[in-house]
Design a binder for this molecule. Structure first.
Ligand code: ADP
Ligand code: MG
Length: 612
C-alpha cells in the first residue's frame, strides 16, 4: 500500500483555520476593528450590509501598509506584531497570531486599500479564495479600508448556519460595544444598511459608556479606582438600587481587551452581597491593567478568555475595590464631603496594598512557626508576633498601635467637620436612644446609628488591618486562662495561631493538649473569651469556599460580631463620640461585614415630607 499522508493545500488549511477564527460576521468585525486599533487609528468606521452577510467594511486612519506588507498580510501566520516566542509574553497589541486576514480571505471576497503616510499612492488588492486576483495603485488618504463581501460564499454549510439578520446584527453590535468601550480615545462610527447606528466621538471612559449604553445609565454609575502593585483597576459599577433581574451590563476589560472571567465576576458579585434585591444582577464596567507578562491571552483563538497569574490576589483586589467604591458611594449619597485622602484604603495609606499579597502566600505554613521568619513578607507584616518574645511583641504592638491611633485621630479630625454644623453646639448633639441607637445631628438632617452594628464595623476593619498589615495590641493577663478542649479543637486553634496572635490573642498549647491563654485582644472581656473561641472553632470547621481571602475576612467578621457593644449597653457621651469618629474613619462605614445597614440619614427633606 502506498503512503497515505499528504499535506493539505494552503487554501484548505486556511478554510479549516477560518473555522476557528471566523464563526459569524461578528468575528470578522472584531478582527478588523482590532487590526485598525493595532495600526494606531484615531478614527474608525464600521459599515455593514445585511448584518454583515453581504458586507463588512472597516475604514481606519491608521498607519497603513506597504504594497508588500499588504500582500503578506493575507498569508497564514503573517504578523508584524511578534517576531520571537518571547514577544508573546509582552503583548501590547490585540493581534499576534497572523491568522485573521488569512482566515477571512479563505471564506469571503476581500478587498483591501491601504496607504502609508510616506507613500504617494496606496495599494488596492482583491483576494478570492486566498489568491490575489487584482493589484493596482490607488489614490486615497492615509489608512486602510478592508472590505469583506459574501461571507462563507464558498462554504455553503456554514452560511446556512448563520442566524437571522437581527441576531447577527446583535452579535456585531455587541462586538462593536466591547471594542469601542475599551478604546474611548478612538472615535468610532457604525453604519448598518446606510443608517448610522453609532457615532462616538473620542472622549472619556464615562462618555463612551454613556453614549453606548444610553444617557439613562449616567446617574447610575459609581466610579471605582484603585492602584496596587499587582494591577490597577478603574471604571464604574452600577448603583445597587438599579440592579435588575435581567443579566445586567457586565464588562471586564484587561489591558484594553474585553474579557470574560467567571471567577472575577464572582468577586464583583460577592462584593455586592447584601446590597442587591434577590436575584438581581449588578452592572459593572471594570478596566484592569496588569503587566502584560502576567496575563495569558493565548488560551483561546478568539481571545476573550484569559488567564491571570495570581488570580487569587486579583480576585481579592477586585472584590475589595468594588466594596470600597460602594462604600464611598453611600457616603457620598448622604452628602458628606469627605477629604479625598480618606478615600485611600488603609493598606495604601501605608504605601502600597499589602493585604492581598499576604493572603495568598501559598507557601505559608501555619504550623511552621519559627521557619516562617524566613518568609520576608510575612515577617515584615502581620506575623511578627510568633517569633518575637511575648513581652517584646507587646511593646512593638503598642508602638504600632499608638501610631495607628495618631492616624485615626487625623481621620477623626477630618471627619469632625462633618458634625460641626451651625446648629451643633459641641458634643451635646449626640445622645443614645433605647440603648440601641446613637442619634446625632448633621448639617443635612439627623443621623441614626445602630450602636452594635457601628462597633462591629469598627472592630471588623481594625481586626482586618491587624490580620493583614499590622499586629494589634494584646492585654497581658496576670493570671493566664487555662482551657481544656478536645484534641481536634486544639489543633484548629493551633492552625490559627499566627492569625490569632496578630490580633492580640496570645496562647500556648501545653503538653497535655490544654491551652493556656496569656494575652487577649484589647477590646475583649475575659468572659467573652470562651464564646469567641467556640465561635472561631465552629467557623473554622465549616466549609470555606473562597480561599484565603474570605478566610481572614470571615475570621475578622466573626470576632467583630462577638466583641462588639451590644444593644442594651449604656454608652457614655465620650464613648459615643469616639464610636462615631471611629466609624467614619472606616473604609465602609455604612454596612456591617454581613452587609447590614449601620446607620440611616434622615434628611431635612425627609423630615419635611413627614409634616405634610
Ligand atoms: P495579526 O493581527 O494577528 O497580526 P492579522 O491577520 O489580523 O494578524 O493581520 C496581519 C498583519 O496585517 C498585521 O500584523 C498587520 O501588520 C497588518 N494589518 C492588518 N490590518 C491592518 C490595518 N488596518 N492597518 C495596518 N496594518 C494592518
Ligand atoms: Mg489581527
Amino acid at each position: 500500500m502506498s503512503d497515505i499522508i499528504r499535506l493539505l493545500p494552503d487554501h484548505v488549511a486556511n478554510q479549516i483555520a477560518a473555522g476557528e477564527v471566523v464563526q459569524r460576521p461578528a468575528s470578522v468585525v472584531k478582527e478588523l476593528l482590532e487590526n485598525a486599533i493595532d495600526a494606531s487609528a484615531k478614527a474608525i468606521t464600521l459599515i455593514i450590509k445585511d448584518a454583515g452577510k453581504t458586507l463588512v467594511q472597516v475604514i481606519d486612519d491608521g498607519k497603513g501598509m506597504s504594497t508588500t506588507d499588504a500582500r503578506m498580510a493575507f498569508e497564514r501566520h503573517a504578523t508584524s506584531k511578534i517576531s520571537t516566542a518571547d514577544d508573546l509574553f509582552q503583548l501590547a497589541t490585540k493581534g499576534f497570531r497572523g491568522e485573521a486576514l488569512a482566515s477571512v480571505a479563505a471564506i469571503a471576497h476581500v478587498s483591501v486599500k491601504t496607504r502609508r503616510e510616506e507613500d504617494d499612492l496606496g495599494t488596492q488588492l482583491d483576494i478570492e479564495g486566498s489568491k490575489v486576483t487584482q493589484q493596482e495603485p490607488v489614490v486615497m488618504p492615509q489608512g486602510t479600508i478592508i472590505s469583506v463581501r459574501n461571507l462563507f460564499y464558498n462554504v455553503p454549510a456554514r452560511r446556512k448556519f448563520l442566524k437571522s439578520d437581527s441576531v447577527e446584527l446583535r452579535n456585531i453590535t455587541n462586538e462593536f460595544h466591547r471594542v469601542a468601550m475599551a478604546h474611548p480615545k478612538i472615535a468610532f462610527k457604525f453604519l448598518n444598511n446606510d443608517s448610522e447606528l453609532f457615532n462616538l466621538p473620542a472622549g472619556s471612559y464615562r462618555n463612551r459608556i454613556v453614549s453606548i449604553m444610553g444617557s439613562r445609565v449616567d446617574d447610575k454609575l459609581v466610579p471605582i479606582k484603585e492602584e496596587t502593585e499587582l494591577l490597577s483597576i478603574h471604571g464604574y459599577i452600577g448603583k445597587p438600587e438599579f440592579a435588575r433581574k435581567t443579566k445586567g451590563l457586565q464588562y471586564f476589560f484587561a489591558n484594553d481587551r474585553f474579557i470574560k472571567h467567571s471567577y472575577l465576576h464572582h468577586a464583583v458579585v460577592s462584593a455586592f452581597e447584601g446590597l442587591l434585591p434577590d436575584k438581581a444582577n449588578p452592572s459593572y464596567f471594570l478596566y484592569l491593567d496588569v503587566p502584560p507578562d502576567s496575563i495569558d491571552i493565548n488560551i483561546h483563538p478568539t481571545k476573550t478568555e484569559v488567564k491571570f497569574e495570581d488570580e487569587h490576589s486579583i480576585y481579592a483586589i477586585v472584590r475589595a475595590s468594588v466594596k470600597h467604591a460602594l462604600g464611598q458611594f453611600s457616603i457620598d449619597a448622604i452628602d458628606f464631603h469627605r477629604d479625598t485622602e480618606l478615600d485611600v484604603p488603609y493598606e495604601k495609606a501605608r504605601g502600597h496594598a499589602q493585604a492581598p499579597k499576604i493572603e495568598v502566600d501559598h507557601d505559608f505554613n501555619p504550623f511552621q512557626q519559627t521557619s516562617s521568619s524566613s518568609n520576608g513578607s510575612y515577617q515584615s507584616n502581620a506575623y511578627r508576633a510568633p517569633s518575637t518574645p511575648a513581652w517584646e511583641a507587646l511593646y512593638t504592638g503598642l508602638d504600632e498601635e499608638s501610631s495607628m491611633i495618631d492616624e485615626n485621630t487625623a481621620f477623626a479630625k477630618a471627619e469632625q467637620s462633618l458634625f460641626s454644623s451651625e446648629e451643633s453646639t459641641g458634643s451635646t448633639n449626640i445622645f443614645q436612644l433605647q440603648r440601641k441607637f446613637i442619634i446625632s445631628t448633621l448639617q443635612s438632617g439627623l443621623l441614626v446609628i445602630n450602636q452594635n452594628r457601628a462597633h462591629e464595623r469598627v472592630l471588623y476593619e481594625q481586626l482586618l488591618r491587624q490580620l493583614t498589615v499590622q499586629n494589634g495590641v494584646s492585654q497581658q493577663l496576670l493570671f493566664p486562662i487555662a482551657l481544656e478542649r478536645p484534641q481536634e479543637e486544639v489543633s484548629i486553634l493551633k492552625q490559627l495561631q499566627p492569625e490569632l496572635e496578630s490580633v492580640g490573642f496570645l496562647f500556648k498549647v501545653l503538653e497535655n493538649a490544654n491551652i493556656q491563654i496569656d494575652g487577649l485582644p484589647l477590646d475583649l472581656k475575659q468572659t467573652d473569651v470562651e464564646p469567641l473561641l467556640d465561635s472561631i472553632i465552629t467557623f473554622q470547621q465549616e466549609e470555606l469556599p473562597d480561599g484565603n481571602f474570605s478566610h481572614i475576612d470571615r475570621l475578622a467578621a466573626r470576632m467583630a460580631s462577638k466583641m462588639a457593644i451590644k444593644t442594651g449597653d449604656v454608652l457614655q457621651q465620650k464613648q459615643m463620640e469616639q464610636l462615631i469618629d471611629e466609624l467614619f474613619a472606616c473604609k465602609e462605614p455604612e454596612l456591617t461585614a454581613q452587609g447590614k445597614k449601620v446607620f440611616i440619614n434622615l434628611t431635612g427633606e425627609h423630615l419635611n415630607s413627614k409634616f405634610n
